[in-house]
Design a protein. Sequence first.
Length: 610
Amino acid sequence: MKRIMGTVSLIALSALPAVAQDAFDLDTITIYANQTPTALSRSGATVEVVTADDLAVSPRTKLADYLDTIPGVVVSSNGGLGGVTTVRVRGLSGAYVPVLINGIDVTDPSSTQTQFDWTQLNMGGISRVELVKGSQSAVHGSEAVGGVINITTNDKTAQGTEGDAMIEVGSYGTRRAAVTLRSGNERGGVSFGLASVKTDGFSARAGTTEKDGYDGKQLTFGAEYDLTDTLTVGFDAYAVDAEYEYDPSTFDENGKSTSNTRAARIYADLQTGAVDHNFSVSRYTIDRMLTEGGFSDPYKGTRNRVDYKATWSPSDSYRLTFGADWTKETFLSTGGIYAPPTWARSGSTTSTGDVTVKGIFTEAAFAPTDALDVTVSLRRDDHSDFGAHTTGRVAVAYRLSDATTLRALASNGFRAPSLYELYDSQYGNATLKPETSRNLEFGIEHAYANGANVSATAFYTEIDNLIQWSGGAYNQVAGTTKTKGLELAATYALSPIVTANWGYTFTDSRDSGGNPQLRIPRHDLTLGLTANLTDALDVGVSVQRVLDRPTEFGTPLKDYTLVNATASYAINDGMDAYLRVENLTDSDYQTAAGYNTAGRSAYFGIRASF
């Protein structure tokens, strides 16, 4: 029975329209906004869902670039594929946005601030992305102050055997290929995916001319089986091997890196009457080697995690969840991927460290009326270095009608200093304390009978004792850093064949001294048009306008407009050919001061389902 219900939910998700409409589909389920799956119409959190179909028609090469089109999200990159890429949510950097792949925490504990390296993620084989915005520490623990992102690659709900494949070639000598196979029945299923991307690239840093290439391979595997009507067991695995080049500086163009990531998770779901139990064990490792300036520096990180969760559902209007988790992280580092390069160091001393966090949590979700849903989450984490921290969250969803939903959320959070920030022998600071934060948000969504929909969300976040790089080390910024803003989105069918999507984000993020946070534009506007010209031909264009970014290390960042276009043609029921053009107007712009972005780029590919 559990597998049948899961199959129905995922089939519904796969049939959803583009991401701008997902927030209004009352049948969409959010997996990570609460401790248990919840219909979006009953969740007080702001959630964006991206499907495989959304990604297939996107005129973007990287998943991070696709996320950049979502209101509240800003992406910066130090060059092309292989360059450090950071996804910021509501003005907060990647250190505040944990990333999960198939439920496994894949943030890097060996980086200077524990965060995900988006460079290593291949677009191939992704079936779903869920972005939960706002502080979620009461649900997901430390770091989840800006939000949390889960990427699903293993769809284990196939009935029979099926698969997808794609191949693509394009600018900068880029070659991409991916294949995904799925097989299953009413009791279980398996999924296997292999993706590869290789590019000659372009020079990452402004003022240099050599090409910085990238070569990455990604493997995913998942299996799930109903041993009995009440017991399900499963396994997920994820691996990435990559080699890439980068520019440490304008006078050093010869940086090279290799990276090997491994992640695996086993889990079991057990139903005992009105109580569901979930138990899982996961392990994540990353092993990187950076070579520059005559040094070859290793960076290694591990994360072992054990989770237990129980959910009691005595009625449709009440649900209680409780559980515990244990996490241990270790790192070995000689500098860190975001730290000053080797040529600027006074030496190269290896640093090591570890931390253990024990957490307990509970969550009550109840519906006092048919129109009102309230979720109260509470969590207590015992950090081996900083002791106990308690976080809470209250999320409310009120449906004024079948078409209109009001949302409100209040929460607090914390971020413990990373192992690198604390223990690196050259740049660490053992006196650092955890950051603490408060978050408020209010939103409204309305869907019209003709399929149009609109939404607006206001958000506000405070962070005390922000940790930043300054004066050759990581230091605490005294006082309160404040981030506030507004997200707007709309979808409207201009005609039976043309649909328009519009999004706008205003963000004002400043430290206690009133200084704006780097790489956060005050205004970010996106517009997308899609047209089904014939039964076989679809075209689309997207325009993004970014305005008013702060000067970065003395370098003003200019406003820019980015135009992307795509067209796809159905050769037959199972195959289509497509053309993608990025930066159609060949705009000269930077998302990070001193780093190049791609000029006009064209990519041609073929996709097939079987």
